[in-house]
Design a protein around this ligand. Structure first.
Ligand code: PMP
Length: 459
């Protein structure tokens, strides 16, 4: 946003009214709005401006959607072009030039082996819709009903996606250990911990008395996002590919959050060279507008016409914005940029950890970064040398960040992981400003146990 532009016309009092009415009229289940009581009125790039004129550096990015930041010129241009052309905005799943161009651009980004022989299904516009479609696809194709999914997973909020997520209990879902280096269930971490997770998976699948419902597929996130920014080691991912391939179990990669350059490659599976059978995509592929698809091996395409219908599968503006975003990321090599800048930021955060014992772990891949906060003084609750999570401190850090004009997300098993998901267009100066504000916020939260207490209770 140009500094010369006038501040918003909405007065702080009006902002207060909007927030008050929100708390009276909107659902108790609202989420981000609770910890981020701001009223955005304008945004550009990394910056959001509230109705009170305050500006924030936005490292939440629409939960990882805004790969190019807010209102990127190429996205706006693509949207305007469709509007000015007089093209229909709503077309169910009919063919259009806009959709044709989107698919061509999408296929150009896919791993070669998949792109050469892929089908794409347009489903409802949310990530969870694509997960549902993927589950139905593999259940139809294999005739089996079970599902293999992982501890700490997050796949969405509709019934099937929720079942596949870590918090659920569903008899058809077999829960397998995701390799979590810092809190390794085997107490060893690293490659060894990941290998033990793989062995557990293998032995369970081959145990006739293992209690596994015959699996139609295995669904995994190459980097768990909501689960606390946990990158899976490449060797483990390759093991999952071998294990599933050997047993004719389709492997579904949920790239809803990791896709479109975020982790340092266009799709996160590329780090390991693994080619999944099904890829689930949403968030960034719509260039900030709602869009979700699944892409899968053509031989899985045995479901009948109408097997997965839906009204909102033809959002032309989202496809145009999405195609422009995919092309921009590709042409400007933003995945590489995310890898380089992300590695540098991780290094700086690791330096910060040396001065703050409450930082238990710093991890991530590309511009998907997590800082796990712990209570280093709770020796009695320390497991295998790892202190307990500190959710109240994490909530206080989030509030201190907001006070300093920085929006961050929380995640992780205990909501104790501070998450950064900045746009891939982040400049070096902006990255420095984000880390400075975060460091100040951390120091302030550590110093202020009262706020910690209050914030912790309100969550
Ligand atoms: N899968 C993953 C990996 C996600 O991170 C999310 C959302 N955070 C979803 C699925 C669900 O997407 P949506 O919220 O659009 O339904």
């Amino acid at each position: 946003m140009a500094e010369t532009e006038p501040a918003s016309a909405v007065l702080p009092a009006a902002q207060e009214g909007i927030l008050r009415r929100q708390s009276l009229r909107e659902s108790a289940a609202r989420t981000y709005a609770r910890s981020l009581p701001i009223v955005p009125v304008r945004a550009r790039g990394l910056t959001i401006e509230g109705a009170d004129g305050r500006r924030y550096l936005d490292c939440l990015s629409g939960a990882g959607t805004l790969t190019l930041g807010h209102n990127h010129p190429v996205v706006l241009e693509a949207i305007k072009k469709v509007i000015d052309s007089g093209a229909p905005l709503h077309v169910l799943d009919l063919a259009t030039p806009v959709k044709d161009a989107f698919i061509t651009e999408l296929f150009a980004t896919l791993p070669r082996e998949l792109a050469d022989n892929a089908r794409v299904q347009f489903c409802g516009p949310a990530g969870t819709d694509a997960v549902e479609a993927a589950l139905k696809l593999v259940r139809t194709a294999t005739g089996r009903s079970g599902l293999l999914a992982f501890t700490g997973a997050y796949h969405g909020m509709t019934a099937g996606a929720l079942d596949a997520s870590g918090g659920a209990q569903d008899v058809r879902v077999t829960r397998l250990p995701y390799p979590y280096d810092y809190r390794c269930p085997y107490g060893v971490g690293g490659e060894r911990g990941a290998e033990l997770s793989a062995r557990w998976t293998e032995s369970l699948l081959d145990d006739p008395k293992g209690g596994v419902t015959s699996p139609a597929g295995m669904i995994l996130e190459p980097v768990q996002g909501e689960g606390g920014v946990i990158p899976a080691p490449d060797t483990w991912l390759r093991r999952m590919r071998e294990i599933t391939a050997a047993r004719s179990i389709p492997l579904i990669a949920d790239e809803v959050q990791t896709g479109v350059g975020r982790t340092g490659t266009f799709w996160a599976v590329e780090h390991s060279g693994v080619v999944p059978d099904v890829m689930v995509m949403s968030k960034a592929i719509g260039g900030s507008l709602p869009l979700a698809v699944l892409v899968y091996r053509a031989d899985l395409d045995v479901w009948p016409p109408g097997a997965h219908a839906g009204t909102f599968r033809g959002n032309q503006l989202a496809m145009a914005a999405g195609a422009a975003t995919l092309a921009y990321v590709r042409e400007h090599r933003l995945a590489e940029r995310a890898g380089v800048l992300g590695a540098r930021m991780l290094g700086q955060l690791q330096g910060l950890a040396a001065d703050h014992p409450c930082i238990g772990d710093v991890r991530g891949r590309g511009l998907m970064i997590g800082i796990e906060l712990v209570d280093p003084d709770a020796a009695e609750r320390t497991v295998a040398g790892v202190p307990p999570a500190a959710p109240a401190l994490a909530a206080a850090v989030q509030q201190e960040c907001l006070d300093r004009g920085l929006i961050v997300e929380l995640g992780g098993r205990h909501s104790s992981v501070v998450r950064l998901l900045p746009p891939l267009t982040l400049t070096d100066d902006q990255a420095a400003a984000v880390l400075d504000r975060l460091a100040d916020a951390l120091s302030a939260a550590e110093r202020s146990p009262q706020r910690r207490q209050r914030t912790g209770q309100s969550h």
